[in-house]
Design a protein around this ligand. Structure first.
Ligand code: 1GP
Length: 259
């Protein structure tokens, strides 16, 4: 429970947390290490490693190791399949895309990957992964039945199902590089319905967009594209982190309450 406790403590302390997503398919391991180090300097609370393309095996291991060497932040795997599991990470989002049309993404990859998670002794963080329009590569690869942007009630129904299943994290994903992040209305509606930790990511590029979603009830904001592309990476991440930390609070006592 080390990583989950860390996230929980950060949320209690700061009102919300920020995670930096590094896709091992997008850069060499040493650059990934540099991104992680910059993220730590900027105040990010952890590193997620993963993406929609299978990067398993050596490239994944090397990326995770480079990140571990560059920073003491916890490293959480964000796998696209059972191939994307590395024993060098601290934890894994043990995720199920509840709105996929393909059982492989709901329980299939999970069945294949679970024995490896056990063998590596990875901390499993049970998470519902809900893909919202436009959904991007995550939606296409995962054969998502995309949740329409203007149907918060559908997101609420999935999120509640996740909580009743015992999942402790719900991730509202608009897709990496999405033009528009998940709406504030959807974040609010899901927040109102569930007590578990709410993660929001995909298309969050500005401090304002991050802050609005924290105010609406997100406990964790994920950014990926922003950190990969940014020339002035530390400053970019720092302004997002500062916006997140100065907007939180309203949900800090509620989010960790047992259902
Ligand atoms: C993707 O939600 C994450 O899985 C991050 O999205 O790359 O748009 O920041 P961005």
């Amino acid at each position: 429970m080390r990583v989950e406790k860390h996230l929980s403590r950060v949320i209690d302390r700061d009102g919300a947390a920020h995670l930096t997503l590094i896709d091992p398919a997008r850069q060499r391991p040493e650059i990934a290490g540099q991104i992680a180090s910059d993220a730590a300097t900027a105040g990010s609370d952890g590193i997620m490693v993963g993406g929609s393309t299978r990067a398993g095996g050596r490239p994944l291991d090397q990326t995770v190791r480079a990140v571990k060497e560059a920073t003491s932040l916890p490293v959480i795997l964000f796998p696209a399949s059972e191939v994307d599991i590395s024993g060098h990470a601290d934890a894994i989002f043990f995720m199920s895309m509840l709105n996929s049309a393909d059982p492989y993404f709901i329980t299939g990859a999970q069945r294949l990957g679970a024995p490896l998670v056990k063998r590596f002794g990875l901390e499993a963080l049970p998470m519902a992964y809900l893909v919202v329009e436009p959904g991007g590569a995550a939606g296409r690869v995962g054969r998502a039945r995309l949740i329409p942007r203007d149907e918060p009630e559908l997101a609420v129904a999935y999120a509640l199902a996740a909580q009743y299943f015992g999942m402790r994290f719900v991730y509202l994903e608009a897709g990496s590089g999405a033009k528009m992040p998940v709406t504030v209305e959807m974040v609010k509606a899901v927040r109102k319905a569930i007590d578990v930790t709410l993660i929001v990511g995909g298309g969050i590029k500005t401090p304002k967009a991050a802050a609005e979603r924290v105010k609406a009830g997100a406990n964790i904001i994920v950014t990926g594209t922003l950190v990969e592309r940014s020339a002035n990476r530390v400053a970019k991440i720092r302004e997002i982190v500062e916006a997140i930390k100065s907007s939180g609070g309203a949900w800090r006592t509620r989010c960790r309450r047992s259902p």
